[in-house]
Design a protein around this ligand. Structure first.
Ligand SMILES: *Cc1c(COP(=O)(O)O)cnc(C)c1O
Length: 348
């Protein structure tokens, strides 16, 4: 037996009030439609175990994962029939897993439809491709008589450019209207987070927000509505006092212009704090900004503590990680900023 594990010097603080409020805001913005939740990729890196119970409590009843391997953690918290697997059944083992657990496959092709029917079928979802050209039945597949034999709970499609005001949105909406006339389902769903802000015409019966639940602001309409949820925090492992001319980190990309105090924190690119943050990112402390200096390395990052002279080894710092601002500063998307934060964080 191992002794209890010492506390981690790295944690991802999850603001569960903000998470619940973001879901309620997306549900309200969805009008007469209900909001579900995309919880694929471990709830965008925040942790299914942290996120799903909070959203279930807030009222969410529809969950979307990408892979079959993501199912067990989700159905530990919510009924299997509420869970949809977006990648669909590629093989008979996937079909068997769906039938045994009661999760709903999203059928993406006529081959998947045939596979599902051959196994006896049952309630399922169907994805139709209205222009993103990713997954889903093609428009010309919709007349296939096999579709009439399905028990379709949700007929869905996915928007390619809902975060922009472009003609593609209306074009997809028009194809979705044709889809609705051709595919008989209990409910229809088109909008992701950004799509919710496109208005009532895009809402159908169920919306599928992901990024907005986790603090992403992907359209102007969500400014001031969506709140920050995830805050990476790291402990200071060591303090160092530099003299002018001392270099910091791999390849000496930062050289101290004068004597200064530096903190070394337990966060690196292996944790998803990628090298693009070298000499660019910052931590916040009581309103002061403590800039990253030198290269981010695998497990460590150095920061300038000039504005935090009283900091001690072991103290905690919070990374500046407002998603919209961090996306501009890093060149990463708001989605990437969350999903890379995946590895060694203790989640709170
Ligand atoms: C990921 C995903 C969503 C959620 O998208 P966001 O942009 O994060 O709101 C919705 N639907 C499908 C099919 C997805 O793959």
């Amino acid at each position: 037996m191992l002794p209890p594990l010492p506390p981690s010097p790295l944690r991802l603080q999850i603001d569960t009030d903000a998470l619940a409020a973001n879901w309620r805001a997306m549900d309200a913005m969805s009008g007469t439609a209900r909001a579900g939740a995309a919880v694929k990729a471990d709830a965008y890196g925040l942790g299914v175990g942290q996120v799903v119970p909070v959203l279930a409590e807030a009222g969410c009843r529809n969950w979307f994962v990408a892979h079959w391997c993501e199912v067990p953690e989700v159905i530990a918290h919510v009924p299997a029939a509420q869970v949809a697997v977006l990648h669909g059944p590629m093989a008979d083992a996937d079909v068997a897993f769906a039938l045994a657990t009661g999760v709903r496959p999203v059928l993406n092709s006529l081959a998947q439809v045939a596979r599902w029917l051959a196994a006896g079928g049952g309630p399922c979802h169907v994805m139709v491709d209205t222009g993103i050209n990713r997954l889903g039945l093609a428009m010309q597949d919709l007349g296939d008589p096999m579709l009439g034999r399905l028990d379709i709970d949700l007929c869905l499609s996915h928007l390619a450019s809902a975060d922009e005001d472009v003609a593609q949105n209306a074009a997809q909406l028009e194809r979705f209207a044709r889809t609705r006339a051709l595919v008989r389902a209990r409910r229809y769903s088109l909008a992701n987070s950004a799509g919710i802000a496109l208005g009532a015409a895009y809402h159908a019966d169920l919306t599928r927000p992901g990024i907005a639940l986790y603090g992403g602001v992907v359209r102007r309409e969500m400014e001031g509505v969506v709140r920050q949820v995830a805050r990476p925090q790291a402990a200071v492992l060591q303090l160092r006092d530099l003299v002018a001319g001392d270099a910091v980190g791999y390849n000496a990309t930062f050289v101290a212009p004068h004597a200064m105090r530096v903190g070394v924190v337990a966060l690196g690119y292996a944790d998803g704090y990628l090298r693009c943050w070298s000499n660019r990112g910052s931590f916040g402390l009581d309103g002061a900004k403590l800039p990253v200096i030198g290269r981010v390395s695998m497990d460590l990052t150095a920061i300038d503590l000039t504005l935090a002279p009283d900091l001690h080894e072991g103290d905690w710092l919070t990374l500046d990680y407002d998603l919209r601002r961090a996306a501009v500063e890093s060149g990463l998307s708001q989605y990437e900023l969350l999903t890379v934060l995946h590895r060694r964080f203790a989640r709170k």
